[in-house]
Design a protein around this ligand. Sequence first.
Ligand SMILES: Nc1nc2c(ncn2[C@@H]2O[C@H](COP(=O)(O)OP(=O)(O)O)[C@@H](O)[C@H]2O)c(=O)[nH]1
Ligand SMILES: Nc1ncnc2c1ncn2[C@@H]1O[C@H](COP(=O)(O)OP(=O)(O)O)[C@@H](O)[C@H]1O
Length: 197
Amino acid sequence: MAATSRGTTPVPPESRPRLTVLSGPSGVGKSTVVAHMRKEHPEVWLSVSATTRKPRPGERHGVQYFFVSDEEMDKLIANGELLEWAEFAGNRYGTPRGAVLQRLEAGEPVLLEIDLQGARLVRESMPEAQLVFLAPPSWEELVRRLTGRGTEPPEVIERRLAAAKIELAAESEFDITLVNTSVEDVARELLVLMDVV
Ligand SMILES: Nc1nc2c(ncn2[C@@H]2O[C@H](COP(=O)(O)OP(=O)(O)O)[C@@H](O)[C@H]2O)c(=O)[nH]1
Ligand SMILES: Nc1ncnc2c1ncn2[C@@H]1O[C@H](COP(=O)(O)OP(=O)(O)O)[C@@H](O)[C@H]1O
C-alpha cells in the first residue's frame, strides 16, 4: 500500500484526542495559562475565534482573534461557519468550525478558550468534549487580576465581574475544575488532561 502522510490520513474517531474546552471568568488567567502551556508544547492547537471586540494594544488580527465587523460576524453566523458563538459583555465571539474539525480529524489536540455559553453549546453538539473550568483562588484575587491587567475601563470591568458571578455559579457543569494559583501547575495539569504529556 502506498504510504500516506499523517496530514492527509484521517485518524479514526475513536483514537482522536478529545476536544478540550477551557472556560472561566474574565481575568482568571486563561490566556496566561494557555500561552505558558503552548510555549513548551506548540503542538497544542488553540482555535482562534472571531470577535467583534476591538483589539487591545498589542493584539493582532489572526493571532489572538480574527477581529471582524458586526456585518462580517452576521455573515459567519448566517453561513453556518461557526461551531458556536455567544455574546459576552457587549461583544460577539465565535469559534470557526472548519479549522477545529480539520485538526481533530488529523488527530491533533485541540483547545477552545471560550465563555460559559459557548462551553454549553459545545457540550450539546460534541458531547465527547471535556469541559475544564479555570477558577480563581478567591473573588478578591479575581478582581485584583482583572483590574491589574489594566486593559479595560471601569465600566467594562463591572460588566465582566457581573458575568463572572454567573460563570462561577456554573462551575459544577464542568467535568473538572483547576484553581489558578500557579500558572505552571495549571498548565501542566491541562497538558495531562489533554494527553499531551
Ligand atoms: N462563546 C465564545 N466565547 C469566546 C470565544 N472566544 C473568546 N471567548 C470568551 O469571551 C470572553 C471575553 O474574551 P476577551 O474579550 O478576550 O477577554 P478576556 O478573556 O478577559 O481576556 C472570555 O470568556 C473568552 O473565553 C468564542 O469563540 N466563543
Ligand atoms: N496564577 C496567577 N497568579 C497571579 N496572576 C496571574 C495568574 N494567572 C494570570 N495572572 C494575571 O492575571 C491577569 C489576567 O490574566 P489573563 O490571562 O489575561 O486572564 P483571562 O484570559 O482569563 O481573561 C493578567 O495580568 C495575568 O498576568
